[in-house]
Design a protein around this ligand. Structure first.
Ligand code: EZ4
Ligand code: CO
Length: 409
């Protein structure tokens, strides 16, 4: 079998997505997700200009060889653009292999280790009553675990909620990539945040009891000692995890945080390769691997990093915002179903418009996600529908402190 075409489809049903479609001489096609939120066209160009010509005439069955060839032959390694492009190729080849075998990809990865993937959803609100409503809504939809983000008194932007959703009053279903020519500026004050967050968790525990697993995302905004302080102050509320407490570039920072708190830590949504996790896993500085198949080079390296993490009882918590497309979500759901050390899957439902473009066998019921049993990844792209949603430039927001200094967002 030979690859005869590698096409890149950019579409924007509610938000931008970049999808690679690989076609073979036997007419079998495979899909891969190459969406890099706010920088989508860089990956589309990387794929079109640099990888597509290398794929033609290759045997699609040689997934590992193709991955190594694309990773090593570029000379320039790693980085989100390169790794999202390689991820799309890797996923598309697993999709093809599954279709040829007549099996869903999780079967090729060793078969199911569980009946479904436990998920968590995002609850947020401007104040406690609004947050409680959001939590109740998620519980009614079947979610058994919930991420909590709220506004902080004195800060104008509602942390964890898109500026657009704030102004329109919509429920925060979509990731905060604001469409427009310039990013939205938000404000931030870490001291106010550190005072406020424990009071929110105390109120949520008082209202909803001790059982629900609760999560929180710090979005790289704290210094190590601030993160240590937050971890300690949240210990009475028994968090499932505290995510991205410090900026991801500095892995050494986690040693300090770890010495001070038993709040479990999750990190890695902006990581691209196993090397970003190497110290964190070997020194047991984290509890959950937050990588997404899309930004981590695909299914093959995600399975490998989880096998490495298993040596240290570290589990998965794959990044699952809506900027991971249904193809990327399916890819990591197959991995999650197959590995023994699965932890939890983040799940934000895609919009109806997104689901009209990506037809999926994935299903969500009673808080559990399953990639379905269609051969391959279980996602097909409706190209006619995709063509109806034209790309629109979009940016993530950014933060400034009261004195005008740019801060991590
Ligand atoms: O801001 O995916 O845990 N989830 C997150 C996401 C990220 C976006 C960035 O593209 O932190 O909401
Ligand atoms: Co996050």
């Amino acid at each position: 079998m030979k690859i005869t075409a590698a096409d890149v489809i950019v579409t924007s049903p509610s938000r931008n997505f970049v999808t690679l479609k690989i076609t073979t001489d036997e007419g079998i096609t495979g899909l891969g997700d190459a969406t890099l939120n706010g920088r989508e066209l860089a990956v589309a160009t990387y794929l079109k200009e640099h990888l597509a010509p290398l794929l033609l005439n290759r045997d699609p069955h040689n997934i590992e060889d193709t991955w190594q060839f694309l990773y090593r032959s570029s000379y320039w390694r790693r980085g989100p653009v390169t790794m999202a492009a390689i991820a799309a190729v890797d996923m598309a080849l697993w999709d093809i292999k599954g279709k040829v075998a007549g099996l869903p990809v999780y079967q090729l990865l060793g078969g199911a280790s569980r009946t479904g993937l436990r998920t968590y959803g995002h609850a947020s609100g401007r104040d406690l009553p609004e947050l409680f409503d959001s939590i109740r809504e998620h519980l009614e939809e079947g979610y058994k675990s919930i991420r909590i983000q709220t506004s902080v008194p004195g800060i104008k932007s509602l942390y964890g909620v898109a500026a657009q959703a704030q102004s329109s009053g919509e429920r925060y279903d979509y990731e905060p990539a604001g469409r427009g020519d310039l990013p939205t500026e938000e404000d931030w004050d870490t001291r106010a945040y550190l005072r406020h967050v424990p009071t929110v968790f105390e109120a949520v525990r008082n209202e909803f009891g001790p059982e629900i697993p609760l999560l929180h995302d710090g979005h790289h905004r704290m210094t190590p000692i601030q993160a240590a302080k937050l971890g300690k102050s949240l210990e009475p509320y028994d968090l499932y995890w505290l995510e991205d407490c410090t900026p991801a570039e500095n892995q050494d920072a986690l040693r300090l945080v770890r010495q001070h708190t038993t709040t479990p830590l999750a990190i890695g949504e902006v990581f691209n390769t196993v090397y970003d996790f190497q110290t964190l896993i070997r020194e047991q500085l984290i509890d959950y691997v937050r990588a997404a198949s899309t930004h981590f080079g695909g299914i093959s390296p995600l399975k490998k990093v989880m096998d490495y993490a298993a040596l240290y009882q570290i589990r998965s918590g794959f990044h699952g915002p809506t900027d991971v497309s249904p193809v990327g979500l399916a890819a990591q759901s197959h991995v999650g179903l197959a590995i023994h050390n699965f932890g939890i899957q983040e799940y934000m439902e895609h919009s109806e418009a997104t689901n009209s473009v990506f037809e999926q066998s994935l299903n969500f019921a009673d808080g559990y996600l399953h990639p379905g049993d269609k051969p391959g990844l279980g996602v097909e792209l409706n190209e006619e529908a995709a063509a109806r949603f034209e790309y629109q430039r979009a940016y993530l927001p950014y933060n400034r402190l009261a004195d005008g200094t740019v801060h991590d967002w």
